[in-house]
Ligand binder design. Sequence first.
Ligand code: MYR
Length: 285
Amino acid sequence: MARIAWITDSTAYLEPAFAQEKGIHIVPLSVVFGDRSYREGEEIDEATFYRLVRESPAPPTTSQPSLGDFVALYERLKAEYDVGIAVHLSGGISGTVETSRQGAAMVGFPVHVIDAKITTYPMAFILKAGIRLAEAGRPVEEIVRHMEDVRDRMRALFLVRDLSYLHRGGRLNMAQYVVGSLLQVKPILHFVDGRIVPLEKVRTEKKAVARVFELFDEAVRNVPRARVAIIHANVPEEALRWQARLGERYDHLDVVVSTFGPVIATHVGEGTIGFGWYPLREGEA
Ligand code: MYR
């Protein structure tokens, strides 16, 4: 059986205990405050990040891992493994996935690099789906196909308190006048082919939350089971309320609560909250 190296980046916000148990290699992205750069998950935690956001004169920016980071990692892995499977945040919002591909090619280490076409906990879902199959002894090609299939079923809906973060970071690919009109309302956002796009505009926050639950309900009520992440940027109580609401209404969902860590919170702003989920097929583990 092939020895598989599992690789992802820090924006999967994978549970550290899981990452350690499965030996997953996590390549960090960084947040930058002024002239100081912090590798996410290694040099900055969420509490420090939000403190620095409040104390810093200018908002943070982010940077992807360098080609050198990937080359160094893949050089190391090449000596220990037959093949790598990497899952990275969408190429529509970051150059990470492309740099990972280049690094693997330069080193000559065979890595199946999967563009998650999304980010945050849905990437962890994709990775975990692959690991499940690997542990069942399935061949690498089947594992990768399954992970891509899970990726293609993945959906997300999220609400930002203030759209200007996404706009400033250049991750909302829209004409200026459309952004202008959206700044006045509460847009519900989702991913279309790896890019962030407003799905609907709603006037008030209360109505926006109600609409997110309605859209989510339409998507999950008739599926046999679904894996769901409630993802939030420093609003843990609200996330727990969302979780309780799901618990009252459904008994066929596996729900986890996760966060937008420093890199992604830089682009969505504090208070952002949403769902990432995928429906399971009949009998799927
Ligand atoms: C970089 O390469 O510097 C990182 C860029 C990260 C952009 C993040 C954009 C916001 C993503 C929202 C995720 C919502 C998932 C449910």
